[in-house]
Design a protein around this ligand. Structure first.
Ligand SMILES: C[S@@+](CC[C@H](N)C(=O)[O-])C[C@H]1O[C@@H](n2cnc3c(N)ncnc32)[C@H](O)[C@@H]1O
Length: 215
């Protein structure tokens, strides 16, 4: 197995996404699907970071959210546009990696990150840029694999390198300026295309940017 190239996520993911099938399916991540509708109103602006082939972004647009997806892989970005067109919704697609000058600060009512694994320095940059993108009072929803995913030899997805996996402690530190309402380690049953299928060790985070914070 290869390790995602932190310096060139576009090439790594172009290769993975260069197939007709949607690697993680075309339905939203279950945690995102369960969390967003009860916390956002129609018309809310949502940024899906590393939206891959668009399963979360397209679903967000279908909920009536004004949706932007940022995805470094040009193949992924094209698949997001194709999925949005097929489902008859609008998603604004930025083909870039985070942090990106194309993402406006203090702009989004919600930021979604599912399985955006990266080595520590890049992880911190992605998370800091995600905080910056949030409007005051905005919601951040994140799911990622923990080291237990590898320790338990689970074949349900995630990078092979322990250094790319996330612990609750890392997230507590990265998102310390947010008001965290959930930070939990869980074993969940993934059913997300061929890429994520079966029992999985994940960490789930729900947090809000304080209204007073202006970063
Ligand atoms: C495992 S895939 C998950 C895709 C999508 N979030 C999902 O759950 O279906 C990881 C994604 O992170 C993206 N990615 C990697 N580095 C990134 C960065 N610096 N900024 C934004 N996205 C990044 C990759 O291009 C890839 O689409």
């Amino acid at each position: 197995m290869t390790t995602p190239g932190p310096d060139d996520p576009a090439s790594f993911w172009n290769e993975k996404f260069n197939q007709t099938e949607y690697r993680y399916g075309t339905s939203p991540n279950a945690f995102v699907e369960a969390t967003l509708p009860e916390k956002l109103t129609a018309g809310a602006s949502v940024l899906c970071v590393g939206d891959g082939e668009g399963r979360n972004g397209v679903w967000c647009a279908e909920q009536g959210f004004e949706t932007t997806s940022i995805e470094p892989s040009s193949v992924g970005a094209q698949k997001i546009k194709a999925l949005a067109e097929k489902r008859g919704v609008e998603v604004s697609v930025i083909c870039d990696r985070m942090p990106s000058d194309a993402v406006e600060a203090n702009r989004f009512d919600a930021v979604v990150l599912t399985f955006i694994h990266a080595p520590p320095e890049i992880r911190r940059q992605i998370h800091s840029a995600s905080i910056e993108a949030l409007a005051p009072g905005g919601l951040l929803v994140l799911e990622a694999f923990t080291p237990a995913q590898r320790e338990n030899n689970r074949p349900s997805g995630g990078p092979p390198s322990l250094a790319l996996l996330f612990t609750p402690e890392m997230l507590q530190e990265d998102f310390e300026e947010l008001e965290i309402s959930q930070l939990s380690e869980e074993v969940v049953e993934l059913d997300e295309g061929a890429g994520h299928r079966g029992p999985a060790d994940v960490v789930r985070l729900i947090a809000r940017k304080p209204v007073a914070a202006h970063k």
